[in-house]
Ligand binder design. Structure first.
Ligand SMILES: Nc1ncnc2c1ncn2[C@@H]1O[C@H](COP(=O)(O)OP(=O)(O)OP(=O)(O)O)[C@@H](O)[C@H]1O
Length: 320
């Protein structure tokens, strides 16, 4: 039976997650950062490839252990890897992955796979066909196998299966990036509508900012392992504060067809195994100041303010 969650739905505090490969430098993919999702809220987590979005999501699901920091779900700490099956904090969390083939069993009918989730939730009244209908598929599709669906339909099946477990927190890790352009916005809207309708929180990870803009109440912008700006979606769009957020938004084609603005960032994303000192964005920042090379800004979380940038934080005062 799914445990009801109480308190703030998801709190990630000062989280550090590392990848260790023998003979190679440690990759600190999540480098001490925070994130919050309230019940019924849709948070879009955005940032370039390799900035640590998936690693953060996998840590929240207990699929990757944290080196330090805390992850609380409904006020309960997520326990380290290995204990997760018995972890009460995780029973209300479901993840939808980029490739539904990796999460659906190719040899079982989708109805049977959705039924597993219903059993987990102790739901004896909903049928797999009911859930297929909720995600916009014909009820009769419950008798089909995953390979009999198109990519967009298969992702709908994965969403139906996630919903069957009655999650309090739904996480979509690039759930639309493998889909045809025509299916992307539909599937994203569907996840949003179903999460909001059931009172669940949704953490929606995507590098497609235009889709995130459509569905997210709030966005969190991640750069090289850290959330550097968070805020209500409309506010961030109207007035992006962090130079990285500005560059990301400038790289999106404008909806009125006025043209594609070039990204204004010089250089590539630095190696997370060897991040720059001070503000990790400073080597690419058009507004870099001395303090940026020396000290890391603290913002980017509820605790220290929404923007991790010395342009928007008071400079640390020297000891008197
Ligand atoms: N299993 C692993 N072993 C070693 N390094 C890894 C591993 N998984 C991810 N990384 C590294 O950690 C960093 C963050 O990767 P992650 O997949 O979390 O980023 P992401 O923002 O989700 O990227 P993408 O959008 O491409 O999925 C990258 O530098 C990546 O190369």
């Amino acid at each position: 039976m799914t445990m009801p969650l109480t308190g703030p739905l998801l709190s990630v505090e000062d989280l550090v997650v590392e990848h260790r490969t023998p003979g190679r430098p440690v990759v600190r993919a999540v480098a001490g950062t925070g994130l919050h999702v309230a019940a019924g809220e849709v948070v879009g987590l955005v940032g370039e490839s390799g900035c640590g979005k998936s690693t953060l999501a996998r840590a929240v699901c207990g699929l990757h252990g944290a080196a330090s920091g805390r992850i609380l779900i409904g006020g309960h700490p997520v326990t380290p890897l290995g204990l997760r099956r018995r972890d009460p904090a995780l029973t209300g969390v479901q993840m939808v992955f980029q490739d539904p083939y990796s999460s659906l069993n190719p040899r079982r009918r989708v109805g049977a796979q959705i039924a597993d989730g219903l059993r987990t939730a102790g739901d004896t009244t909903t049928s797999p066909a009911d859930l297929l209908e909720r995600v916009g598929l014909p009820r009769a599709f419950a008798g089909r196998y995953p390979h009999e669906f198109s990519g967009g339909q298969r992702q709908r099946v994965a969403i139906a299966r996630a919903l069957a477990a009655r999650p309090s927190l739904l996480i979509g890790d690039e759930p639309i990036s493998a889909l045809d352009a025509s299916a992307q916005a539909q599937v994203a809207r569907l996840m949003r509508d179903l999460a909001v309708e059931s009172g669940a929180g949704l953490l929606f990870i995507s590098h497609d900012l235009s889709v995130v803009r459509l569905i997210a109440d709030r966005i969190a912008v991640m750069y090289l392992g850290k959330v550097v700006e968070t805020g209500p979606t409309a506010e961030v769009w109207a007035d992006p504060k962090h130079p990285y957020t500005r560059a990301l938004l400038a790289a999106i084609p404008s909806p009125d067809g006025a043209g594609v603005l070039p990204a204004e960032l010089p250089g590539d994303v630095p190696d997370p195994a060897d991040p720059p000192a001070g503000c990790r964005f400073h080597p690419r920042c058009p507004f870099v100041m001395d303090v940026c090379r020396e000290r890391e800004p603290l913002g980017g979380s509820a605790q220290f303010g929404p923007v991790a940038c010395w342009l928007h934080e008071p400079e640390p005062s020297s000891p008197s």
